[in-house]
Design a protein around this ligand. Structure first.
Ligand SMILES: NC(=O)c1ccc[n+]([C@@H]2O[C@H](COP(=O)([O-])OP(=O)(O)OC[C@H]3O[C@@H](n4cnc5c(N)ncnc54)[C@H](OP(=O)(O)O)[C@@H]3O)[C@@H](O)[C@H]2O)c1
Length: 301
């Protein structure tokens, strides 16, 4: 696994070792199988241990480890910074993914590469399915799309969106901290998407590790929402009244974000659900993150 120190990575390491991460749902097992500590031998590599932009290093590391499956999570994920740092973003997300796919092919490993809803432009007007045409609006989205195209047809591409884990730096913590401190928040209500709890995504990745399907799969907690709706819901969970969250339009954001975001990029996850199981609905996922947020500084086992 690359990107093992990121918010999906820390949850995936736990799940592969048979634990339920903070914010996780022990009952959600998409293929009905509970991982035991003996099932997988896990090698979780952080950037310090493997920089995916070092092609020779990637090949050396994969040749030495000879994995059966590689889950490639490492990515340049700073969406706005990428607008002014495109070369570095493409180096990680396009060339790094190509290196992983080439190395996987060389040792006969199956690659699972993670991509994003930001490969879409948001103009479809309904939830995106796997075969909809990508048309990224941002440098980050374009780099992730190029990464998809550098994968081989045998690889698995998992598109996910609005990822949040208890141990990640994400908006849920910002919202919950403000709610607890008595402050109010303003959040955008004109951009729709699907949230993905890192722990539920991790459990879904375990199923894909076992099954190794080729092609593209959308994985997210079902139900399109907006950040304003998420903030209102979190406020309600923490006993804040309606005054807690105010809806704003994206044009009111100040400073204006550098990267364009799709107006509506929620993912249709029927393909994954019909093969295995739907992820829990987004409110269920967000509630678990809020309840378990005290564990945000826990280190992975
Ligand atoms: N977060 C989201 O909302 C979201 C949405 C859709 C898709 N995704 C995708 O989901 C995957 C996991 O995302 P995440 O939320 O877990 O992101 P994250 O918390 O930002 O983790 C990404 C990890 O990649 C590492 N990394 C960056 N450059 C690297 C390099 N050159 N070599 C090796 N490692 C490198 C980072 O290390 P450092 O911390 O040292 O930089 C970090 O640990 C990514 O592929 C991302 O594109 C995320």
């Amino acid at each position: 696994m690359t990107g093992a120190g990121g918010q999906v990575g820390v949850d995936l390491v736990d799940v592969l070792r048979g634990f339920t991460p903070p914010g996780g749902d022990a009952a959600f097992q998409p293929d009905g199988r509970v991982a035991t500590p003996e099932e997988f031998e896990v090698l979780g590599l952080t950037r310090r241990e493997l920089d995916v932009t070092d092609r020779d290093g990637v090949l050396r590391s994969i040749r030495a480890a000879r994995p059966d499956v590689i889950v490639h999570l490492a990515a340049y994920t700073a969406v706005d910074r990428a607008e002014e740092d495109a070369a570095a973003c493409f180096e990680v997300n396009e060339q790094g993914t190509e290196s992983m796919s080439l190395a996987a092919s060389e040792v006969g490993a199956h690659l699972i590469a993670i991509s994003t809803d930001y490969v879409f432009d948001g103009t479809k007007g309904s939830a995106y399915v796997e075969y909809d045409d990508p048309h990224p609006l941002s440098v980050y989205g374009a780099s992730k799309r190029e990464g998809e195209l550098r994968c081989s047809p045998r690889d698995t591409i998992v598109r996910t969106s609005w990822v949040m884990g208890v141990r990640g730096k994400n908006v849920i913590h910002v919202i919950a901290d403000r709610a607890m401190s008595g402050a109010n928040v303003r959040f955008v209500n004109d951009l729709k998407g699907t949230v993905s709890a890192a722990s539920d995504l991790a459990r879904s990745l375990v199923t894909l590790v076992r099954e190794r399907p080729s092609g593209t799969w959308h994985v997210a907690n079902p139900g399109a929402t907006t950040w304003f709706e998420v903030a209102s819901y979190v406020g309600g969970l923490l006993n804040r009244g309606e005054e807690f969250a105010t809806p704003i339009s994206s044009s009111e954001l100040s400073p204006t974000p550098l990267a364009l975001r799709p107006v509506r990029s929620d993912l249709n996850t029927e393909k994954f659900a019909s093969n295995w199981a739907a992820l829990p609905e987004w409110r269920d996922a967000v509630a678990r993150l809020v309840v378990d947020r005290a564990h945000r500084d826990d280190v992975t086992r």
